[in-house]
Design a protein around this ligand. Structure first.
Ligand SMILES: [Zn+2]
Ligand SMILES: [Zn+2]
Length: 346
């Protein structure tokens, strides 16, 4: 079978590999769609400290069961499935308290285990142990199902930021994650959603798809002034930074209203993780600042349901479909921000 393997930073190869056989507790799938995201581009360029190469990349996986290992019950060939990306241990204190996204023993598909940029993939026993293999509902395509994982992460972020009915929500960053934040905020009853990006072309492309109530091009207008103007000086209820930008985080603090919530959804570059934060703004305005670290198996189930019910449509966000051989071209599209969701069909 063909696979996309990471060997070293800048060295990702399309290779032939023997088809894997599922061991006890494992399931083998024929991957139908594995979508790409900024993380794949980062791995391609810089590697990742959890990846011990060579490693098959790809973590937004949907496919079809072709073989089940010994001791596996409930799955059979032909079942259409979506796979979680972050695998919590299910046994530590954090997991037992229901905080699976911050499990210190967390492992990941495409990092600790060979991933979905391959014609076949083994679903590790640890995924099945935490109920991380989900049946794709009828009517949901493999491509749509492959967007479950990023949507699950977005759902985790909005739960932590308590996005809800009547909220005035600002999303900074109009990439695929920003688009999913706009759609999910609407589904959760937000009264107004404003999308902000520095790049005019990217903002226009995203806005044409997800139709936010307002857009702000941060290269043309000061986004803090613009949000304050939109909200008659009150500031937004929720600001989500879906960009790896310390400046965006600082702007979020300036544009959020009283008792507002800020989600630092996107992490910052490792060499630049410190921002300026006026602690008195947090204190007097009773602000809440939350992070977001991936998603739990339960978030994946809920996200797949949001897609299936039509509450969060994702089909139109898939702008590019490429065969496995063109994975590097796919990463390039992602890195240039030329598409929204770019999926590989191995
Ligand atoms: Zn991803
Ligand atoms: Zn754990």
């Amino acid at each position: 079978m063909k696979v996309v393997r990471f060997h070293a930073p800048g060295d990702v190869r399309i290779e032939n590999a023997p088809e894997p056989t599922p061991g006890p507790g494992e399931v083998k799938i024929r991957v139908r769609n594995c979508s790409t995201c900024g993380t794949d581009v980062k791995i391609w360029r810089f590697g990742h400290h959890h990846i011990d190469p060579p490693r098959v990349m790809g973590h937004e996986v949907a496919g079809e069961v072709t073989e089940v290992g010994a001791e596996v019950t409930g799955w059979q060939p032909g079942d259409r499935v979506q796979v979680i990306a972050a695998i919590p241990c299910g046994r530590c204190d954090q997991c037992r308290r229901g905080r699976m996204t911050v499990c210190p023993n967390q492992e990941s598909i495409g990092y600790h285990y060979d991933g979905g940029f391959a014609q076949c993939m083994i679903v590790p026993a640890k995924v099945l142990a935490v109920d991380g293999l989900n049946r794709i509902p009828d009517g949901v395509s493999f491509a749509e199902a492959s967007v479950t994982e990023p949507l699950a992460c977005v759902l985790n972020g909005q739960e932590l930021a308590r996005v809800g009915e009547g909220d005035d929500v600002v999303v900074i960053g109009s990439g695929p994650i920003g688009c999913l934040h706009v759609r999910l905020a609407r589904a959760r009853g937000a009264a107004r959603v404003t999308l902000v990006d520095l790049n005019r072309d990217r903002l226009d492309m995203a806005a044409a798809l997800v139709a936010p109530d307002a857009t702000i091009c941060a290269a043309e207008t000061d986004p803090v002034d613009a949000v304050l103007k939109l909200t008659d000086g009150a500031g937004a209820d929720v600001v989500i930074t879906a960009a790896a930008s310390g400046a965006a985080q600082e702007q979020a603090l300036q544009m959020v209203g009283r008792q507002g919530r800020i989600s630092f959804f996107g992490g910052l570059p490792k060499d630049k993780p410190v921002i300026a934060l006026d602690a008195n703004l947090v204190h007097y305005r009773e602000l809440t600042i939350v992070g977001a670290n991936g998603s739990s198996p339960a978030h994946n189930k809920a996200a797949l349901q949001l897609i299936a019910s039509g509450a969060v449509p994702v089909a139109d966000l898939i702008t590019d479909r490429l065969p496995l051989e063109n994975a590097l071209e796919a990463f390039d599209i992602v890195s240039r921000g030329a598409g929204i969701k770019v999926t590989i069909e191995p």
